[in-house]
Design a protein around this ligand. Sequence first.
Ligand code: G6P
Length: 367
Amino acid sequence: EAAEKGGFDTYMLKEIYEQPTALTNTLIGRLHDETGEVNLDINLDPASFKRISIIACGTAYYAGLVGEYLIEQLARIPVEVDVASEYRYRSPLVSENTLAIVVSQSGETIDTLEALREAKKHGAKTLGVINAKGSSMTRELDDTLYIHAGPEIGVASTKAYTAQVSAMLMLALWLARARNTLTDEQAKELLHAARELPRLVEEALAPERVEAIKKVAEKYAHARDYLFLGRGVNAPTALEGALKLKEISYIHAEGYAAGEMKHGPIALIDENLPVVVIATESFLLEKTISNLQEVRARAGKVIAILSDGDTANAVHADDVLYVPRAHEMVSPVVNVIALQLLSYFTATALGKDVDKPRNLAKSVTVE
Ligand code: G6P
C-alpha cells in the first residue's frame, strides 16, 4: 500500500498532487485555442438542445452547479441542476430537446443511475461526465465524456472534482461554439484559459502556498463550525469547500453564496467562527469584499482566498491564502485546491483518517 501511495502519507494527498496531470489528461486533444475549435467526440448535436438538466450526487453535484453557471453564461441555454435522489422522484419536465447530463466519478451511484433511467424514459438525450471506464452508467448513456482523471481511491473526491469542473467548462464551450454565442476572440481566450489549468494548479500546489495553508488549518483546527462564502461561478466552490471539511475533519461547516449571508448565517458569526471568503478576481469582487467586511465587523475570523498580488484587500482579513490569478470562468478549478488542502490539514491536525472517513463510502450503490 505504501508503494501505491507513491511516497505520500495518504491517497487523498497523492490525488491532490496528481491534479496537474489529471487535468492535462482531461483536456488533452480536446481544445484548440489557435482555431477556437472544441473537439469532444460526442455523437449528439449540440445545437439541438433547448434545455439542459444536470444530475449528480455529492461533490459531483457541485461540479454540476459550476456547469450550470458556465453553460448559461457561455452558451445561453437554460440549465437546471438536481441532486439525483430528488430528480428521480419529482416527475421532471423532459422532452426530446432536453439534454440530461449525469456527472459521476464512479459511474455506479445508484441514485444517479436511476435518475439517468428516468430522464431516458421521458425522452431526454443523455450524456455522462464519468471517470470510471465501462461503469454501469456508461452502458446506458447515449454518450460519455470521460474525464480521464485516473483511479481515485480517497473517499473524499479531489482530482475527480477538478476534472469534472474542467469537463463542464469544455461542454459549455462545445455548446457555445455550436450556438454561436461567443465571438471567435472570446472562444479563443477561454480555450486558452482552460488549457492553462494544469499549469495554474501546479502553481497552486507550490510548497510555500501549501505551507501557508497548513498553518492556517492548524490555527483553526479546533473550531466547532466553519463558514465558506463565494459568489457567482465560485459560489459552488464555497459549497464544495464546506463539504470537504465536514467529510474528513467532522467539523460542522456550511457553504453559502456570499450575498445570502445576511439572510441567516450572519447570526452565527462571533469571534469563534472562521469564515473562508473566496475573494479572487471577479467582476463581483467589490461585493464579496463588502461581505468580508461584514464578517469582520462582527468579530468573525476572516480567511480570505485572494488572487496573487491583491495586497489591498489583504488588510481586511485575519489570514490570507493567495492563489494564482486565473480567468474567472476557470477559477473554480484553481481556487478549490486551497480548500482541499485546508480540509486535509485540518483533518490531519485532528488525527482523522482522511482516506476512510467514518460513515462514508466511495461509491454509494444502495439507495
Ligand atoms: C459518495 C462519495 C462522494 C461522491 C459521491 C458521488 O458520497 O463519498 O465523494 O461525490 O458519492 O459519487 P459519484 O461516483 O457518483 O461521483
